[in-house]
Structures are given as C-alpha cells and as structure tokens.
Design a protein around this ligand. Structure first.
Ligand code: KG4
Ligand code: ZN
Length: 347
C-alpha cells in the first residue's frame, strides 16, 4: 500500500539577490525556510549586479536546499514535488534555481512545479492567513514591479494598473542611492522617515487623479534629486530624514488613493499587499486606516514572507500539484513573465 501523501514540497527561489529554499507540508505548514541574502555583495554597487548574483546563487543553492531538508527533518526521498521560481527575474539567476529543481525532479521522478514569482508574492498572504480567500485586490510592489490586480478567484488575475516607469522599490532604491544611504534603499528610507517631517517638502503626486490605476514615479525621483542638488548648491543642509519622509509620503499617498479606489470599484472586501515594498510601515498604516474606514480589510505577510523567499514558492507549488498543474522538464526560465501566464508550457 502506498504511504499516505503528506504534501511535502521543496521550494527554491533564486530570481534576484536572495537564495532561498524551504520545505512545506500541505502548502501551509512551513517546516523550514532558509534565506541566504546577497545584499552585502551588491551594496557597494548600489544595486544588484546580475553576473555576481548568478555566481553567488550557484554557490549557495545546494547548501540552502540541504539545510532546508535537514531543518525539516526529512530526506530527498520524502519529497512529493519541487517548486521553483521560473520568472520574472534576472535570467542567469533564475536558471540556477530552475536547473537545480529540474535535477531534483528528474532524479527523484517527482513533479516539477514552475512558479511565477509575482503570483508567489501574492500567495505569501494565503500561506500566512489560512482563512483568507478571494475575491480580493492585490497590490504587488517590489524592486521590479508595481501591479494593481483584481483577483476574483484563486489563480485568476485582471491587471487593473501598473507602473508607467519605475517600480516602487526601484524608486526607493534610486533615491536612497542618490542620498548615499546604501542598498537596498527601501528599509533605510522607511526607518529614517519615522524621524522626519513628511510635510517638509511638497513633492509631486504624479497621475494621482488621472482616473487610471497606473503609477508613475520617475518624476518624483527627479524632483527629489533636483531639490537636494539645489539645496547643496546654495550651501544649505538637507536634513535627510525630512527628505526621506516627504518622498515616502508622496509615494504612499498616491498608492493609498489608487488601491482604495480599486477596492471600491471592484467591490471587494479584502486587499492584500505583496512584494518587498509591502514591508513599508507607512503604506501598511495609511492604507490599513483608509480601508478600515470603508469596511475593507487589509492583509500583508510578515516581513520574512514579504521579501523574496522560497516558502511562498513552495506554497503556490503545492496548490499547482494539488490541481495537477505539473511543468515539463524542458520549461524555460523567463526574465519577463506576466502574472497568470501558464506554468505548464514554455513561452
Ligand atoms: O520583492 P523583493 O524582495 O524583490 C523583488 O522581487 O524585487 O523587493 C525588494 C524591494 C527593494 O527595492 C527594497 O528597497 C524594497 O523592496 N523594500 C522596501 C522596504 N523593504 C524592502 N521598500 C519600502 N519600504 C520598505 N520597508
Ligand atoms: Zn520579489
């Protein structure tokens, strides 16, 4: 008689600058989560260097997988599926994780589950809140993406809006780099803002009232840079806490306005935040307050599940396994991969 299925899935994530492996039982119970960050490696360059990222993933991926299995107290033979981020992300970085996952799948004869990274960020919410169900609006804000999405049912997405230029995290990182605050910039700006005056400088709120669900942040970024340059030319001091707080306030105000409108227009009772910028304290607070006033609940994952991690990948992978959505071994990594595109076929 075959042993009862426990739903043990290994997740692997290598899309950017985090090498991560996790083991989940039944898609919701995290038995282990290992995250090996490369931020120190990239910090001196002020952003992720793709070549360095690929090499660091190559060194870290097998130890991370071994550690995740050991922490979970299981062996390779216990696995029932292997889930991996297929895209979007840095192509060389993605290939490292995908190749490792294919090897495990082929060697053990278990299903390969090729996951969309953006979708996995959304599913970090279903992992953390077992009672949460669609319909909902998801706001995906990361280093590479800003997407406002209506999700009427599981695995179903209607993109309402997106960024016309810089992604949210990208804008935080670029402004931080200009201010000499290091990489990644989001957490530093978030922290400094708590000590600054958000009304010190009135930065532009781009396309706030244009009637779309789109975002634009490059003008704001330029406005911050010009403001600081002018102050420096005049020999005046620019209190970095005030600049950080004023910049963050401009970003968050437009986000809160558009996300609230999307929730109202689609008639959903729940909004979820996803991606690295979902860690932003001001966004969480302001949006939570605004939505609460309208009887809408806001959800966001804990910090370790907001950043890139393999638990969200394994969680979504388990759902795919459960639905019989298995990926072929010749599936390719995809630097660009729209939300909701198939994990079963190559592009
Ligand atoms: O999702 P993520 O870990 O990686 C990508 O898939 O891009 O997101 C990383 C981004 C970085 O740009 C980082 O600066 C930003 O998330 N971030 C934040 C905060 N924590 C991380 N941005 C604003 N506030 C934060 N607290
Ligand atoms: Zn991410």
């Amino acid at each position: 008689m075959p042993a009862p299925r426990e739903g043990l899935v290994l997740g692997i994530e290598t899309s950017c600058d985090e090498t991560s492996a996790a083991v989940l039982r039944g898609g919701k119970e995290v038995l282990s989560l290992v995250i090996s960050s490369q931020t120190d490696l990239h910090a001196r360059y002020g952003g992720v260097v793709p070549e360095l990222a690929s090499r660091a993933h190559l060194e870290a991926v097998l130890p991370a997988m071994r550690e995740a299995l050991a922490m979970a107290g299981i062996g390779l033979a216990d696995l029932e599926g292997v889930a991996v981020t297929r895209g979007p992300g840095l192509i060389g970085a993605l290939l490292v994780g995908l190749t490792a996952a294919k090897a495990v799948s082929f060697a053990l004869g278990i299903p390969l589950l090729a996951v969309n990274h953006l979708e996995a960020h959304i599913y970090a919410n279903f992992l953390h809140f077992p009672e949460l169900e669609p319909p909902l609006v998801a706001f995906v804000v990361s280093g590479g993406h800003t997407l406002l999405v209506h999700m009427p049912a599981h695995r179903s997405y209607h993109v309402l809006g997106e960024t016309l230029d810089d992604a949210a995290g990208e804008a935080y990182d670029k402004v931080a780099r200009f201010l000499g605050l290091g990489y990644p910039g989001g957490p530093v700006i978030d922290r400094l803002s708590t000590r600054g005056d958000a009304r010190a400088v009135s930065f532009p709120r781009a396309i706030m009232h244009d009637g779309t669900y789109n975002f634009s942040l490059s003008g704001l970024k330029t406005a911050v840079i010009n403001h600081v340059r002018k102050l420096r030319e005049r020999g005046e001091d620019a209190p970095v806490e005030d600049i950080a707080a004023s910049f963050q306030d401009a970003v968050v105000e437009v986000q809160v306005h558009k996300v609230t409108r999307a929730a109202r227009d689609t008639g959903v009772g729940r909004v979820v935040l996803a991606g690295g910028v979902a860690a932003n304290t001001r966004l969480r607070e302001r949006l939570g307050k605004e939505l609460k006033g309208r009887g809408i609940n806001l959800y966001y994952p804990p910090l370790d599940l907001c950043a890139d991690n393999a638990a969200m990948v394994a969680s979504l992978g388990w759902r795919m396994l459960d639905a019989g959505e298995v990926s072929p071994l010749d599936i390719d990594a995809a630097a660009v991969l729209p939300l909701g595109s198939s994990s079963v076929t190559s592009p």
